[in-house]
Design a protein around this ligand. Structure first.
Ligand code: TXA
Ligand code: MG
Length: 358
C-alpha cells in the first residue's frame, strides 16, 4: 500500500493503476474510490471493498464535455448547459439517459447515469491523460461516515487498496448535489455542495428536494408544527424522486449518535436523561448548540464551526473523531436553507435517534 501526496504524483507513473485497479482519489467534496468505467473487474472491486449493494449506482467523473458525450444518450439539455457553465468543475452531479454501452455495474442496472466534473486539478489531469471516465463512490465502507481526509479512508480500507492519493482535507467535506431534470421535473435527488437556491437562481424555476427520514428514529415528537418550522419533510411517499442510494443506512458512527431538532434549546438535561453513568459524551457543536459544560462529565467537544459551509466541511470529520472516543455523540439541527438541507440530510441519516425538542 502506497500513499502519495497529490503534489508528488507523476501522472505517467500512476496511470497503470487507474487502468487496472481501484485507486483512492481526493476530490473537492469527499475522497473517492475510483475505477476506470471500462474495466469491469475494477468496478466490481469497488462494490466488494465497500460492501455496497449492487443496485446502488456509481457517479462517473469526467474532465471534458467530449467525455460526457461518450456516456450519454442524446444531447445535453439546455438547462444542464447553464448549470455546467456555472458549476463545473464542482460539486454538482447531473443525471442523464445512459448510452446502452455503459456497464450495468456502473448504472446499477438503471438506464440513467450520474456524471460530474470534480474540481481537483490533479484528478482532471489524470482523466485527460487516461482518456477514460472514472467511476468513484465515496471512499468509505457502506454505511459509515464519508471520508474527508486520506486518513479516514486508510481507517476504512487499510492495505486492501494499493494506491492512495493524499490531497489533504477536502474543501467541501460532504458529497456533491445529485440533480435531475429528466421528464422535465427539476429535482435534487441528493442535497450536497451546491444548494437548491443556487440551482433555482440559475435555471429560474422551482426545484423539488425530498428527504427520506426513517421515522422510527424519531422518538420524541413534542410539537408537530416544529417540523414545518424546520422544513423537515418526513414524507416517505416521495421515494421515487430520490437516488437509489438514499434508501440505505448511511454515514453512521459505531456508537450512539443523537440528533436534537432543537431550535436553540439548551440540550443539557436531555443529554443527562439519555446517557448512562460514566458515559463518555461527545458534542458536535455549532452556533445553535446550547449546553452547560459544568453539568456534563467526560465531555469532548468537536467544533463544527458556525457558518453552514464550515459545518458541511466538518460533519464527517466530527463524527469519525468523536466515534473513536465517546459512547454517545450529540448534535443539534440547523435550519434547512442553503447548505442546511445537505447538513440535515446527513445528520438525519447518520442519527441513531432523533428527538424533536420543544
Ligand atoms: O461528491 C461526490 O459525489 C462523491 C465524490 C467521490 O465524487 N461521490 C459520491 O458517490 O458521493 P456515492 O456513490 O457515495 O453516491 C452516489 C449517489 C448515490 O446516492 C447514488 O444512488 C446516486 O448518486 N446515483 C448514482 N447514479 C444514479 C442514477 N443513475 N440515478 C439516481 N441516482 C444515482
Ligand atoms: Mg457515499
Amino acid at each position: 500500500m502506497k500513499i502519495i501526496k497529490s503534489e508528488d504524483v507523476v501522472i505517467e507513473d500512476v496511470l497503470h493503476h487507474f487502468e487496472n485497479e481501484v485507486v483512492v482519489i481526493p476530490t473537492e467534496t469527499v475522497y473517492g474510490l475510483a475505477a476506470n468505467i471500462y474495466n469491469e473487474e475494477a468496478l466490481k472491486q469497488i462494490f466488494i471493498l465497500k460492501g455496497r449493494p449492487s443496485d446502488n449506482p456509481l457517479i462517473v467523473h469526467i474532465s471534458s464535455l467530449e467525455m460526457l458525450e461518450s456516456l450519454i444518450e442524446g444531447t445535453i439539455p439546455e438547462e444542464y448547459k447553464v448549470l455546467i457553465e456555472k458549476f463545473w468543475p464542482g460539486p454538482m452531479s447531473l443525471l442523464f439517459p445512459a448510452k446502452k454501452s455503459i456497464s450495468k455495474i456502473v448504472t446499477g442496472g438503471l438506464d440513467t447515469i450520474v456524471v460530474r466534473m470534480p474540481k481537483h486539478n490533479l484528478i482532471l489531469d489524470i482523466l485527460d491523460k487516461l482518456k477514460k471516465p472514472l467511476a468513484a463512490p465515496s471512499a468509505n465502507l457502506s454505511g459509515s461516515p464519508s471520508p474527508s481526509s486520506v486518513q479516514h479512508v486508510v481507517d476504512d480500507f487499510g492495505s486492501h487498496v494499493n494506491l492512495y492519493i493524499d490531497g489533504g482535507d477536502c474543501e467541501v467535506g460532504l458529497e456533491s448535489t445529485v440533480f435531475s431534470i429528466l421528464d422535465n421535473k427539476p429535482a435534487i435527488l441528493r442535497p450536497g455542495g451546491i444548494t437548491k437556491e443556487q440551482i433555482m437562481k440559475c435555471i429560474k424555476r422551482d426545484v423539488s428536494l425530498n428527504y427520506l427520514v426513517d421515522e422510527s428514529k424519531i422518538l420524541m415528537k413534542v410539537k408537530s408544527n416544529n417540523q414545518d418550522k424546520l422544513h423537515l419533510d418526513f414524507n416517505k411517499d416521495k421515494e421515487g424522486l430520490m437516488s437509489p442510494g438514499q434508501k440505505y443506512k448511511h454515514y453512521s458512527p459505531t456508537n450512539k449518535f443523537i440528533l436534537f431538532i432543537s431550535d436553540r434549546k439548551d440540550i443539557t438535561e436531555n443529554i443527562l436523561k439519555l446517557i448512562k453513568e460514566d458515559s463518555k459524551i461527545g458534542i458536535m457543536k455549532h452556533k445553535n448548540t446550547f449546553y452547560n459544560p459544568k453539568e456534563l462529565q467526560n465531555l469532548t467537544i468537536f467544533d463544527l464551526g458556525n457558518t453552514k459551509k464550515q459545518i458541511c466541511s466538518n460533519i464527517f470529520k466530527g463524527l469519525r473523531f468523536l466515534d473513536k472516543k465517546c459512547d454517545f455523540i450529540f448534535t443539534c439541527s440547523v435550519d434547512s436553507n442553503d447548505e442546511g438541507s445537505a447538513i440535515m440530510d446527513r445528520l438525519q441519516k447518520a442519527a441513531t435517534e432523533i428527538y424533536i425538542l420543544d
